[in-house]
Design a binder for this molecule. Structure first.
Ligand SMILES: *Cc1c(COP(=O)(O)O)cnc(C)c1O
Length: 376
C-alpha cells in the first residue's frame, strides 16, 4: 500500500523504524563478534517480516530464521535471497515448500528426520540437540545416528543448534546446557561430520557465547527490547511505536460508569477519551483498569474495560487534550513493551506479537515513511 493510501484507514498504526533495526543488528554483531541469524518469525515480532528482512539484507545480513516453512516461503516470495532457517519443525506435506523456497529446515526428531530422508538430497539441514529445554531436539544419543542417516541420504548437515531455556533468568543451567552442546558438537565431529555452523544463543544467550559457536540467533534484541532480568550489556533502541488518536472526548459527572461492566466509575467530574484501538489491535485486555498511555508526552490512565476495538483513557488531568491528538500506546513516550506486558502479566515477546494484523505497519527509513504493510 502507498503511504498516501493510509488516509483511507483509521489512524491506528505501528510505526517501525527500519534504520533502528539495522543499527541494532550492527550493534549486536559487534557485541557478539559473530554473524547473526536475524530471527524474523511471527512477522518479525509484529514489525513486518518482509520489510525488516529486506532492510537487513540490504545492510548486509545474510541469514534469517523463521518458525514455520510458510513464513520462510513468504519471505522468499518477497525477494529475500539470503539463507532462511526454519526453526520450529515442518510436516511431511511441507517438504515441497522447503524445496521450492530453498529453505533450510531444522531436523529435530524422528518425524522430521523421516520427512527429510524422504525428500532426499535436495535439502540442506541443521540438526538440533535438546540440552535441557525439553521441547524440540534429539537427545544426545540420537544426534549422531540422525546425522549419519542424513549423510547416507546425501543430505548436507550444514549446522547444529540447541536452544537455551533460561539464559534470561539464570546463568547456572545455561552453562550446563552449553557444556552439553559442546559435547554434542564434539561427538558429531568425532563421527566425521564437519558441521560448519553451530549456534545456541538467543538474545539473552548473547551474554554466554562459547568459542565453538559460529552464529547467534537474537530476536527480541534486534527489535531494541532487552530480555529481562538478564540481558547482554549492549545498547539497542526500540524500533516500534504503536499509536492511535483521540476519537472522542466525553465530560462525565461523578458516578458515571465507563465501558463494559461499569468497572470504572468516575470519582469526580471527569473527561474520558475514546481511542480507536482495542485488544484485537494489541492492547492486552488484561490492561483493563491498569496502565497508562501517553498524549503529548503525559501519561493518561486506562479507564475501565479494554474493548475489542476501543479503549478509554482518563484525560481529566490533561485539559488541553483535543480530539485527533496522537496517543502513544507502546514505544516513544508511551509505555515500553515491557511496561505494557507487566500490566497484563505477560512478557515483551507477547506484547509485540499481539499487535493485530489489522494494524498497518508504517515502515520508516531515512526519517520518512517508506512503505506501508497493511491487509486493507
Ligand atoms: C524465537 C527463537 C529465538 C530468538 O529468541 P529471542 O529471545 O527473541 O532472542 C532463537 N532461537 C529459537 C530456536 C527461537 O525459537
Amino acid at each position: 500500500m502507498s503511504v498516501a493510501a493510509l488516509a483511507r484507514l483509521r489512524p491506528t498504526r505501528a510505526h517501525v523504524d527500519l534504520d533502528r533495526v539495522v543499527a541494532n543488528w550492527r550493534a549486536l554483531e559487534t557485541f557478539a563478534r559473530l554473524p547473526l541469524v536475524a530471527v524474523v518469525k511471527a512477522d518479525a515480532y509484529g514489525h513486518g517480516a518482509e520489510a525488516v528482512a529486506r532492510a537487513l539484507e540490504a545492510a548486509g545480513c545474510g541469514r534469517f530464521a523463521v518458525a514455520l516453512p510458510e513464513e520462510g516461503a513468504a519471505l522468499r516470495a518477497a525477494g529475500v535471497v539470503g539463507e532462511i532457517l526454519v526453526l520450529a519443525g515442518f510436516w511431511p506435506g511441507q517438504v515441497p515448500l522447503l524445496r521450492d523456497a530453498r529453505l533450510v529446515p531444522v531436523v529435530s526428531n524422528a518425524e522430521t528426520l523421516r520427512a527429510a530422508l524422504a525428500a532426499g538430497a535436495e535439502l540442506r539441514v541443521h540438526v538440533k540437540v535438546d540440552t535441557g529445554m525439553t521441547r524440540l531436539g534429539f537427545d544426545a544419543g540420537e544426534l549422531v545416528p540422525a546425522a549419519d542417516a542424513l549423510r547416507a541420504a546425501g543430505i548436507e548437515v550444514a549446522g547444529a543448534m540447541t536452544h537455551l531455556a533460561s539464559a534470561d533468568e539464570d546463568a547456572a543451567p545455561t552453562a550446563i546446557q552449553l557444556d552439553r552442546f559442546d559435547e554434542a558438537l564434539a561427538a558429531l565431529r568425532a563421527a566425521g561430520h564437519a558441521v560448519p555452523l553451530a549456534h545456541a544463543a538467543n538474545s539473552a544467550g548473547l551474554a554466554f557465547l562459547r568459542p565453538t559457536h559460529t552464529l547467534a540467533r537474537p530476536g527480541l534484541l534486534l527489535y531494541g527490547v532487552p530480555p529481562r532480568p538478564l540481558a547482554p550489556d549492549v545498547a539497542v533502541r526500540p524500533a516500534l511505536r504503536l499509536v492511535t488518536c483521540v476519537a472522542q472526548l466525553r465530560d462525565v459527572a461523578p458516578g458515571a460508569a465507563v465501558s463494559y461492566g461499569g468497572r470504572f466509575v468516575a470519582q469526580r467530574a471527569s473527561r474520558i477519551a475514546t481511542l480507536p484501538i482495542g485488544y484485537a489491535d494489541g492492547v492486552p485486555r488484561a490492561n483493563t483498569g491498569r496502565g497508562a498511555f501517553a498524549i503529548g508526552g503525559r501519561r493518561v490512565p486506562v479507564a475501565g474495560t479494554v474493548c475489542m476495538d476501543l479503549t478509554l483513557v482518563d484525560v481529566t488531568d490533561c485539559p488541553d487534550v483535543r480530539e485527533g491528538d496522537e496517543v502513544e500506546v507502546m514505544g516513544g513516550a508511551g509505555p515500553s513493551a515491557w511496561e505494557l506486558a507487566d500490566w497484563a502479566g505477560t512478557n515483551a515477546w507477547q506484547a509485540l506479537t499481539a499487535i493485530g494484523s489489522r494494524v498497518p505497519r508504517v515502515h520508516e527509513a531515512g526519517g520518512t515513511a517508506a512503505a506501508v504493510g497493511s491487509r486493507y
